[in-house]
Design a protein around this ligand. Structure first.
Ligand code: NA7
Length: 527
């Protein structure tokens, strides 16, 4: 094969299509039983994208974007999965995708300049190039708790949700974790179960989605000039929301009335763009405090029990952990069948056969939902068992953190590419836009190598060191590194603490373009 691609989510599917268009032979290995990646696994109730559906979609085919009809402002998991299936069928992708194919190792042979990919069943394929399209949030974090093996009920993880669903009727349910997955699932589970106990270690800031059916007139206007709509989005820092420009004033300089006016407007609109009301929310602590306090007051105004309201008010910088977009989350705590247990001071002590003990008190439970997130950005890459030049594994190369060049390549791993890897904007953007950028860069790079008789591309150590310094430098100018987020790897015990994604999509795109135009500056190309 020219290219072995790992993963058949949105990145792997487009990579395959793009390879075919460039005349490259390619095969995709996918551990799941179908396409869709994160949308294949995360089938928990309430799972929904936090990027509007007209933006969270491919733009490489005008026909595709014209013919597909999204029904809601924010698409549900089943609808996004149907879209992924539609794309796979429309472009006849499945004939080159092997499902239920778990990759166990990928090894570089310097003498042949080929990679060998080995599957769990022993099958091997050699290829000139490897593309890891494994997703940023695809390796579930399943913390163990003392005594959890004695629990007589069921334990399910949001990121590995049973395909047949879970019946909560008449059950006492625990949700552990209040990130995006927990916050999306909690209101729905609360409606279905007998009693819901939410175990919260850290409160998250969440902004209402105000989800609704899409207005056909709005859809028509976007589709009448989809390319301009997409182009505007790509000029924003997060590659989304080009129609809602970031405010031009500092939150620390406006009057109380102006602050309230701007934030009320953003709250009423809903979604991730809430933070864009002012131009310095993520770089100026005083500004961030004012925005965060406004939301804390909002939480108090919604949640009736003052003690619960206080526990739900995050202490962190707003936006430091990824902002959540919800439907009726805070209101759910006004229901008589929902209670909140604070783990911030006292963690879960142990599981018993029939419940969970915190601070000496047992909370009776039939089903436990682990909404405990992912070993983000590096977890799935490291699970591939990659070994590069001189027998050095990726795990060893990354033992102090995921060093890389442009978030696309790693020194010591020639002809190996990552889509939305650490060191690129990835999870700080509308990831479908980042995916498109990476896929197209990788395909054009391979075509360039072939056209110029080069058989190998590898990032130099110097270029990689400068890139890592650049990413750290940009992150340190923001408030992102100030809390224990998965962006930093802080949610996984023992994981090196490094801010992994790079804030700022447009600047990143220009840097990659400059590198490319400058004869692949920072790469060694071997004829
Ligand atoms: P997140 O955002 O990582 O949230 C996981 C939650 O689980 C978070 O509240 C964690 O608390 C909590 N957690 C993790 N381990 C434990 C233990 N051992 N005990 C108690 N609580 C725990 O994952 P999500 O799946 O919600 O969302 C990930 C992304 O997917 C999201 O940002 C969107 O982009 C889509 P913590 O905050 O670490 O104290």
């Amino acid at each position: 094969m020219d290219v072995v691609i790992v993963g058949a989510g949105f990145a792997g599917m487009y990579m395959l299509h793009s390879c075919r268009q460039a005349g490259l032979s390619a095969i995709v290995y996918e551990r799941g039983g179908g396409v869709g990646g994160t949308w294949y696994w995360n089938r928990y109730p309430g799972a929904r994208c936090d990027v509007p559906s007209l933006e969270y979609s491919y733009q490489f085919s005008e026909d595709l974007q014209q013919e597909w009809e999204w029904t809601e402002k924010y698409a549900t998991q089943p609808e996004i999965l149907r879209y992924a299936e539609h794309v796979a069928d429309r472009f006849d992708l499945k004939r080159d995708i092997r499902f239920d194919a778990l990759v166990t190792s990928i090894t570089y042979d310097e003498t042949t300049n080929l990679w060998t990919t080995t599957l769990k069943d022993g099958e091997q394929t050699t290829s000139r190039f490897i593309v890891a399209a494994v997703g940023c949030l695809s390796s579930a974090n399943r913390p163990r708790f003392t005594g959890d093996e004695t629990f007589s009920g069921r334990i399910v993880h949001t990121g590995e949700w049973p395909h047949e669903g879970v019946d909560f009727t008449g059950k006492r349910v625990a949700v552990i974790g209040t990130g995006s997955s927990g916050i999306q699932a909690i209101p729905i589970i609360a409606e279905q179960c007998d009693h819901l106990t939410v175990f919260q270690r850290t409160a998250s800031f969440t902004i209402p989605a105000h989800n609704a059916p899409l207005d056909p007139q709005y859809v028509r206007s976007v589709k009448s000039d989809y390319s301009t709509f997409r182009a505007k989005n790509m000029l924003t820092r997060a590659a989304l929301g080009g129609d809602t420009p970031t405010g031009t004033s500092s939150a620390s300089e406006v009057s109380d009335e102006e602050l309230d006016r701007v934030l009320s407007e953003r709250w009423a609109k809903g979604g991730l763009l809430f933070l864009g009301g002012f131009n310095d929310s993520m770089v100026n602590k005083a500004s961030n405090d004012r925005v965060a306090n406004w939301v804390r007051d909002k939480i108090s105004s919604i949640v009736r029990d003052p003690q619960t309201a206080e526990l739900l008010q995050p202490e962190t910088v707003i936006g430091c952990k990824r902002l959540v977009v919800d439907s009726g989350y805070y209101e759910t705590f006004n229901r008589p069948n929902v209670s909140l247990v604070d783990l911030s001071e006292r963690p879960i002590e142990r599981f018993t056969p029939h419940g969970i003990v915190v601070d000496g008190a047992e909370h009776p439970v039939d089903i436990v939902v682990l909404a405990t997130g992912f070993d983000a950005m590096t977890g799935s890459l490291l699970k591939l068992g990659i070994t590069g030049r001189n027998g050095v594994s990726l795990a060893d190369a990354w033992n102090a953190g995921p060093v890389n060049y442009l978030g696309l390549t790693v020194h010591g791993f020639p002809n190996f590419f990552m889509i939305t890897g650490p060191g690129s904007p990835s999870v700080l953007t509308n990831v479908l836009v980042s995916i498109q950028h990476h896929v197209e860069w990788i395909t054009s790079t391979i075509s360039h190598l072939d056209a110029h008789g080069h058989h190998k591309i590898e990032a130099t150590k110097d270029a990689q060191d400068s890139w890592v310094a650049h990413v750290n430098g940009v992150a340190s100018m923001t408030l992102f590194p100030t809390c224990n987020s998965w962006y930093l790897g802080a949610n996984i015990p023992g994981k090196p603490r490094i801010f992994m994604p790079l804030p700022g999509f447009p600047d990143y795109v220009s840097r990659v373009s400059r590198v490319t135009e400058n004869h692949y500056d920072g790469f060694a190309l071997t004829p």
